[in-house]
Design a protein. Structure first.
Length: 440
């Protein structure tokens, strides 16, 4: 059923309604941080909120329990969602003073819901992705149109936001957009909705302009239309694989636009355009444009956490919770997950939720407890309930045409922790099918 939640914007005290489609007996209080003002709208689903970086808060009858005394909106009662429009350092400070006073809000958490934005880092267990991002930064600084690919929930978007922070410190002007909310039903609707995203997320660069067609996009970034003749605009297009669902006219229009800009960069303020998504984006083309304008021959593969990064993450967890975790557990987590960011954090969340009650008298979590937990398939159940993998299972179970791909997955991939080489052309097509339909 539908629950109507009151949502408060902390930057102006404006209260508005959001409908969240969840069971009424399982109400959740959600907090949203660091997003542009138009992203959260009426009729947002719980999934929409979580994708914006939402997190569950302790249930309270009044919003006032989450802010300092003296900050009282007109509609104080039954405020269920806090929306912090956070784009500046000053507003980040305000977030810490207004929301951070609660002991609950100071407690770090394992974030498994997607992108970790800059303002969230001190509230979650976070691994700095920049040390393994230098090659990506160098590609972009050299003007490459890079394809950035990796599995779902592997930290691609979090890495890109860190890269944007670095690039902007070097004088580049970055615009980050996602195709998630872009309409791909028609070419006209695609350019209008994509254009709105560009303008909304590039509001610091673009004033009083509209984009309704591919020609408008060309005009928007034509060097003759900018007062500062600097070719330093870098655009990141996340969820790029959504174009797989678009018709050929839409794909061709977008690909031709990107290629034209790449070919004649001297006519535009754009320095680089970068596509972000799963492996399938390396093969995204159209009948009219058979080769991608993005560098798919030498793409950037988003790396999983190294053993050292997993170790660092769990050392932060132990320090924060004042506990000790057997080293064998951390080693086992890295082996089981292969360093996949979402799964590493999911294991941490499982320990926090289910296993802290089994600490010994020295506040140590023993390897034997972890082995019993995993042997009972408790961890497997959590992983299979994780949205990324649930989507994979639902897709493969409901599509009749998925059966050959599932068979190939079982005999070629299941049981192997490393990379699997595929040489057979038919198996390669099945592997690409898995990539497109599961988001890996």
């Amino acid at each position: 059923m539908v629950d109507s939640y009151n949502c408060l914007r902390l930057d102006n005290g404006y209260v508005f309604l959001v409908e969240v489609y969840i069971d009424n007996d399982n109400k959740k209080f959600l907090e949203i941080v660091d997003f542009d003002e138009d992203k959260l709208k009426p009729n947002s689903t719980e999934e929409d909120i979580e994708k914006l970086g939402g997190r569950i808060m302790k249930r309270q009858s009044k919003f006032i329990n989450y802010v300092n005394d003296g900050y009282k909106p007109d509609q104080e009662d039954n405020i269920n969602i806090i929306a912090v429009i956070a784009t500046t350092t000053e507003l980040g400070k305000r977030y810490r003073t207004e929301v951070g006073e609660s002991p609950e809000s100071k407690k770090k958490k394992w974030d498994t819901n997607g992108v970790i934005r800059i303002i969230q880092r001190e509230y979650v267990y976070f691994v700095n992705p920049l040390p393994l991002s230098e090659s990506l930064i160098e590609k972009i600084r050299s003007g490459d149109f890079t394809a950035i690919h990796g599995a779902r929930a592997s930290g691609k978007s979090t890495r890109v936001l860190s890269v944007i922070e670095r690039l902007e410190s070097k004088g580049f002007s970055c615009i980050y957009v996602t195709l998630e909310a872009v309409n791909v039903d028609s070419k006209e609707l695609f350019w209008i909705s994509f254009g709105n995203s560009i303008i909304r997320n590039g509001h610091h660069l673009i004033k009083n302009r509209t984009i309704k067609t591919d020609s408008d996009f060309h005009d928007m970034f034509s060097i003759n239309k900018w007062e500062a003749k600097k070719t330093n605009v870098v655009i990141f297009v996340d969820e790029y694989d959504k174009l797989e669902r678009a018709n050929d006219d839409i794909k061709a229009s977008f690909l031709e636009t990107v290629r034209a800009i790449k070919t004649t960069k001297e006519d535009y303020v754009i320095w680089s355009i970068n596509a972000i998504g799963p492996f399938s984006i390396l093969h995204l083309n159209s009948k009219k444009v058979t080769t991608s304008p993005f560098n798919v021959r030498d793409p950037y593969h988003n790396p999983n956490f190294t053993r050292e990064q997993v170790q660092d993450l769990y050392e932060k967890f132990q320090k924060h919770e004042r506990i000790n975790i057997d080293q064998e557990i951390i080693n086992d987590i890295h082996m089981r997950t292969n360093g996949h960011a979402g799964l590493v954090c999911l294991c941490g969340k499982a320990i926090e939720t289910d296993l802290l009650k089994y600490l010994d008298e020295n506040s140590r979590l023993n390897f034997s407890v972890w082995l019993k937990y995993t042997a009972k398939n408790s961890l497997e159940a959590i992983i299979l309930g994780y949205p990324t993998f649930k989507k994979l299972i639902d897709t493969l179970e409901t599509l009749e045409k998925a059966k050959p791909a599932v068979d190939m997955l079982r005999h070629s991939f299941v049981g192997f922790l490393g990379f699997v080489m595929i040489f057979d052309s038919q198996e390669l097509k099945l592997a690409e099918f898995l990539s497109v339909n599961s988001g890996f």
